[in-house]
Design a protein around this ligand. Structure first.
Ligand SMILES: Nc1ncnc2c1ncn2[C@@H]1O[C@H](COP(=O)(O)OP(=O)(O)OP(=O)(O)O)[C@@H](O)[C@H]1O
Ligand SMILES: [Mg+2]
Length: 315
């Protein structure tokens, strides 16, 4: 990284006008502040390098575990987990998705009704006799399975506090499943609580979905700090796999400026694939399937296939 990521809260927005500043009238404006560098072209297009084609696999496992994590809500964690998973499966990878959010949005997005489930990831975490295998569901995507969750998981956050090795509970559940899969993707809830620490402890890498808007970087320094602490204390292997720009609207100068700042701060850690804002994604949630099968030729499906190729190239 070209700069210390801990400066991320400050660096990417230096000189950039936030919403509060923008609202000031001309009258009460003080001396002119430095304006953000004008981004007239689409910075997303300037970074295009060829992504190698994935090799064909003849055997599977052990899995690389990636946590999709950002404590900010609604940035595209669940959408990216489903669609990256489906795209990796299209490339012949065996994929396990882990719904690690008590809201169960990942399960719903794959057509599973969480409140109707008798067994979820909660049971595998908390009951010694229940394994991940007992909870596993097949999805409509060939080669992609799911460990579902529902509101029960919210109790785990409290109950785990009193457990021995409370941060390793998810790693214990996933361990026996890793030999069968090539990728395990964990959809984290929007918090940095004990469930998310469990996800970071079980993971090899973190993908940080980041919405291209002014407030999106404010929490990134805290997230990177948490990742560093987990690296030091619980999981030395953990690394930031990549930062994924989501909900990008190339027509707005604001999104282009934010993206430009993200690249300035994080350099090659930023995936060159960018997920554009489109109504096709909310549609897929209603349909209960990934965009790669709901609208296979859509730009959104193509983007997640490109992301899958980048993830494969980085691993
Ligand atoms: N690229 C996109 N363009 C437009 N809408 C999107 C895009 N990606 C996701 N969405 C929509 O934005 C909403 C939030 O997305 P998503 O649930 O993936 O975020 P999240 O980070 O998992 O949220 P939470 O923090 O609540 O778990 C959903 O309604 C989803 O359909
Ligand atoms: Mg979510």
């Amino acid at each position: 990284m070209p700069t210390d990521p801990r400066d991320a809260d400050r660096l990417p927005f230096e000189g950039m006008e936030g919403p509060a500043k923008r609202r000031r009238s001309r009258k009460d404006a003080g001396p002119a502040e430095p304006r953000a560098r004008a981004v007239s072209t689409d910075p997303a297009r300037e970074r295009v390098r060829p992504i190698p084609d994935p090799v064909t696999l003849h055997s599977h496992g052990p899995a690389r575990v990636l946590a999709l994590c950002n404590q900010k809500g609604g940035v595209g964690k669940t959408t990216s987990t489903i669609n990256l998973g489906a795209a990796l499966a299209e490339f012949g990878r065996r994929v396990l998705l882990v719904d690690f959010d008590p809201q169960g949005a990942l399960s719903v997005g794959l057509g599973v009704y969480p409140h109707q489930l008798d067994m979820t990831i909660y049971n595998a975490l908390m009951e010694r006799r229940t394994t991940g295998e007992d909870v596993l569901l097949k999805t409509g995507v060939a080669g992609m399975d799911l460990l579902p969750s529902n509101i029960d998981l919210s109790a785990a956050e409290v109950q785990l506090v009193g457990e021995v090795a409370r941060e390793q509970a998810l790693a214990r559940v996933l361990g026996p499943l890793l030999p069968r899969y090539d990728y395990v993707l964990i959809d984290c809830q929007p918090s940095l609580g004990l469930l998310t620490i469990n996800a970071l402890t079980a993971a090899h890498g973190v993908i940080v979905p980041l919405e291209c808007e002014f407030f999106s970087l404010r929490g990134v320094a805290l997230l990177l700090d948490t990742i560093e602490k987990v690296q030091e204390r619980l999981n030395p292997e953990l690394r930031v796999e990549g930062i994924l720009a989501t909900m990008y609207d190339a027509r707005t100068l604001h999104a282009r400026e934010v993206f430009s700042r993200v690249v300035d701060a994080f350099g090659d850690k930023v995936f060159q694939t960018i997920i554009a804002r489109t109504v096709r994604f909310p549609e897929t949630t209603v349909a209960g399937e990934p965009i790669t099968s709901w609208a296979p030729q859509s730009p959104g499906a193509t983007a997640y296939r490109d992301l899958a190729r980048e993830v494969l190239a980085r691993s």
